[in-house]
Design a binder for this molecule. Sequence first.
Ligand SMILES: [Cu+2]
Length: 116
Amino acid sequence: MRVIFLAFLLLAAAPAIAQRVQADIDCKPAKGLMTYDCVIRLSRGGKPLEGVEVSVGADMPSMPMAHNVKPVKAAPGPKPGEYRARLELEMSGEWAVKLRLSGAVRDQIIVKRNFD
Ligand SMILES: [Cu+2]
């Protein structure tokens, strides 16, 4: 029963997975208070997603409307599908990083990350 349910889930989700942009974000502390250098990896259908414009914003899910982090433009990184951006956050805790893609692909992806 469990296996059948899982198979059904996979079948139902397969077309969506093939189309949707997958995003992974890796941030390291940089110089400056609450400043992070982030590497964003985008892929679609298992292939690196190159040549899109990426705007990176951030908000705290636990504090709606409390923060006003200005979205920054990510620069293409050295590897295909990689983009880099510097985030200046206002406090530690859980942030929802909002990736807004434009150009060849238009999409919006929210990735939750803990920053401390
Ligand atoms: Cu906050």
